[in-house]
Every structure is written in C-alpha cells, then in structure tokens.
Write a protein that binds this ligand. Structure first.
Ligand code: NDP
Length: 287
C-alpha cells in the first residue's frame, strides 16, 4: 500500500518531513527514540509507533531522519529482517562512504536503499527553494517520486549511493567559504562604524551578481585550458591590497590570505598569466 509511509526520527527535520506527509493525506506512522516528540505529530494525524520495529512493519517505505550514520545503524541493524523487501529512504546526513556502506548493508539484507541529502532547513520543507538530492536505487526514486516531491524539488544523481551526499557536502563547502567571506567583509568595515546588517544589504546583491561568473569558470575548468582569452589573470588577481587593508583594520587575514595562497602557488608554478579559475589546481593538488 503506497499510501503508507513511516518516519523514524522526529527531530526538527524528521518532524517537518512527517508533517508534510500527513498534510498531503499519507497514512503516516512515526517513531522517535524519545517518545514525547511524537505528540505534536499525533495531534496532526500521524500514528505513533511504540517501537521502531512497529514503525518499519507499518509501511512499505521507511524514511530515516536520525542524527548520523551511526544512529541509523543503531536503530536499523536489529530490524534488517523486518526491512527486507521494503524501501529505506535515508535522509540522515552521512558522508559518501557511510552512505555506500549503508547501501551495501541494505543490499545484503534485501532492502531497497535510496540516500538523500536535504538542501533545506526544516521551515523550508515543502516550500519553494527546498531541494533534496538522491542517489541509490533508481526504482525507489521513481516509485516514490510523489512522496519525495512533497518535501522539495527532488533530483536523482545516480546509482552510487554516495553521490547525493558528496554533492550535498560540496554545496555546503561552497556555502561555508562564502559565509566566511561575508564575515570577513563585515569585519573589515566594522571599525569604520558600518554595521554588519548594513554591509549585508550591500554584500547580498553583490555576491548574487558574482555567481553569474560560475558558469564561465566551469567552462574553463572543464575545458582544461586556463589561457582562454578574456579571463582575469592570476597576476592581476593580486589580493595584497585587501590583505594590507584587513591588517590595517586590525582584523585576521586568515580568510583572504587563504585565497591569496591558492593564487600564489599557481603563480610560483609559472602560471601567472593564466586565468583565476586555475586556483582549482591548487585545491586539487594540495601544496
Ligand atoms: P535533531 O537534532 O533535531 O534531531 C535528531 C534526531 O535523531 C532526534 O529524533 C533524535 O532522537 C534522533 N537520534 C539521535 N541519535 C539517535 C540514536 N542513537 N538512536 C535513535 N535516535 C537518535 O536533528 P534534525 O532533525 O535537525 O536533523 C536530522 C538529520 O537531518 C541530521 O542528519 C541532519 O544533518 C539532517 N539535516 C538537517 C537539517 C536542518 O536544518 N535541521 C538540514 C539538512 C539535513 P531523540 O529525540 O530521542 O534525541
């Protein structure tokens, strides 16, 4: 019965996923280690299972939204027999290696496995802008697409169960470095009496406009020729005035200095006339 879904883990994210399911009319069974967390969802119309095993046996598709890979094993290892013949959609954040290991564990137990990386915060679930990346079983993705789409735009990346997680972590890596860049800018102007919110108002449209350059960088990186005309050269991308000003403002130069080092390594290797995109070579081959 594909109208039945079970959700294991009712933290902030698991609760948002279960809530979207019950609102869409699915017969939703929920389980959480600390039982009290199910109360709000029961009030919305879900059925609370007494044990994780009861929740697994209630539905053909079981969603796990626990803390980490270890907690997934802790909850599901004793239930492998009950999960056999069912589909496990694991949206718990794991490393790619953990996702592959879970996929192997599932395959050995006769469980269909789909791994998901959630690119949203709980309040965004079911709202525009929420996206979830999946990899693993194509059959599971296709069969349960209607369920997955309730939570956000769902996209399938391939049968390597670790790929969704790899993408997820790569996107988060880009985000954290961008956030650190914003913080650096805010720290630079702070001694001049500019508030961080005032700076945010300028930085947001600026950075948004700059993302327009990603595709061009991508084309150059994929083409493997960093000498293509029209690029800003590494030599021209000298950040010393930014570093000097940061020091004058009395702040750390760690964030901006990191970028300068990636540039410098390519210049030192004789590539100063080539384009800025070449810093990816510094990242690919750690110094
Ligand atoms: P919470 O900290 O709110 O909830 C964690 C959940 O995991 C709780 O239900 C907790 O149960 C359960 N849990 C932890 N350890 C165990 C264990 N050993 N056995 C059984 N249950 C356990 O986290 P979130 O809901 O925010 O996140 C859940 C997953 O979703 C994580 O992997 C997170 O990385 C991912 N995610 C979260 C996002 C977010 O913005 N919140 C964004 C993208 C992904 P109990 O209540 O009993 O402690």
């Amino acid at each position: 019965d594909d109208n039945r879904v079970s959700v294991l883990g009712l933290g902030a994210m698991g609760s948002a996923l279960a809530s979207a399911l019950v609102r869409a009319g699915y017969h939703t069974t929920v389980w959480n280690r600390s039982a009290a967390r199910a109360d709000a969802l029961v009030a919305q119309g879900t059925a609370a299972a007494r044990t994780a095993g009861d929740a697994v046996r209630a539905s053909r598709v079981v969603v796990a939204c626990l803390l980490d890979g270890a907690s997934v094993h802790e909850v599901l290892d004793p239930l492998a027999g009950d999960l056999a013949g069912r589909t496990l959609v694991n949206v718990t954040t794991t490393t790619p290696a953990e996702a592959r290991e879970l996929a192997d564990w599932a395959a050995a137990a006769g469980i269909e496995y789909l791994d998901g990386g959630i690119m949203a915060v709980p309040a965004m679930i079911g709202q525009p802008g929420s996206s979830i990346l999946y990899s693993g079983s194509r059959e599971a993705f296709d069969r349960y697409k209607a369920i997955l789409d309730l939570w956000g735009a769902s996209e399938y990346f391939g049968d390597d169960a670790g790929l969704a997680s790899l993408y997820d972590l790569a996107l988060l890596a880009s985000m954290y470095v961008m956030f650190a860049g914003f913080m650096h800018g805010a720290a630079m102007v702070a001694p001049a009496g500019v508030s961080a919110r005032e700076f945010a108002g300028r930085a947001a449209p600026w950075l948004t406009a700059m993302t327009g350059g990603f595709d061009g960088f991508g084309a150059i990186v994929d083409g493997g020729d960093y000498s293509v005309e029209g690029q800003q050269s590494l030599e021209f991308s000298d950040l010393s005035h930014i570093i000097a000003t940061s020091a004058e403002q009395g702040i750390s130069t760690e964030v901006i200095g990191m970028v300068q080092r990636l540039i410098q390594r390519q210049i030192d290797n004789g590539h100063g006339k080539e384009g800025f995109a070449r810093i990816i070579e510094s990242i690919k081959a750690p110094g």
